[in-house]
Design a protein around this ligand. Structure first.
Ligand code: ZN
Length: 213
């Protein structure tokens, strides 16, 4: 049996196990979702959002793309954020990067990658913003890891530029935006402790959309 065929076998086993623990499991799930968390992570097959955090179906709204980006003009991530904040009323937004991210690595190289170029340019822009700090790191692996972290930070900042976040945060101080990194070498999830809310205050004069007026 190849992996594709195995998927259906795996699914049967999984559904049976869930129903054995709670016979109403899928009936309850079908009635709706009420997740507290929006997770924005990389599409990388090694970074399994729900698995690595022990989160069950219904607990976390998930968006994944190459290198966990929230580009300013991307309707896809913008729609996810709008829905998560305005309708699901999530309390936390996690942007989760990971060390040894192929998207970040690609953006550090002089290579034409076709349709990926404009997407990865968002990461090159992060590099440009933090060029001094990054170029001062002599070790290439450490520089690469730091760019993964700074990319998470800039995507967190892109979230706080949105009207939907500003409106919600000014009225009830939610959702809180967190920047995390998954260390693929050890399996550890690291909180970068980025003071996103402090950054929001410091850049408010530039990005304030007047949502409290
Ligand atoms: Zn990645």
């Amino acid at each position: 049996m190849n992996l594709f065929e195995q998927l259906f076998e795996n699914n049967k086993t999984w559904a049976t196990q869930k129903k054995a623990i709670d016979k109403n499991y899928f009936k309850d799930l079908s009635e709706g979702q009420n997740p507290d968390i929006l997770y924005i992570g990389c599409s990388d097959s090694r970074v399994t959002a729900e698995d690595m955090m022990g989160v069950q179906p219904g607990q976390m709204f998930v968006h994944r793309n190459v290198a966990n980006l929230v580009p300013n003009n991307d309707n896809n991530s913008a729609s996810v954020i709008e829905y998560a904040i305005a309708h699901l009323k999530v309390k936390h937004i996690i942007v989760c990067g990971h060390y040894f991210c192929g998207g970040i690595k690609a953006a550090m190289q002089s290579k034409d990658l076709g349709i990926l170029n404009p997407w990865l340019r968002n990461i090159r822009d992060v590099y440009r913003l933090h060029k001094e700090e990054l170029n001062a790191i002599a070790d290439e692996t450490n520089r690469y890891k730091r760019l993964v972290e700074l990319n998470v930070q800039e995507q967190c900042i892109n979230i706080i530029k949105t009207a939907v976040w500003q409106k919600s945060f000014l009225s009830n101080h939610l959702p809180i935006v967190h920047g995390l990194v998954f260390d693929i070498h050890s399996g550890t999830l690291i909180d970068l402790n980025i003071d996103v809310q402090g950054i929001a205050q410091s850049i408010r004069e530039i990005y304030d959309l007047g949502t409290n007026k």
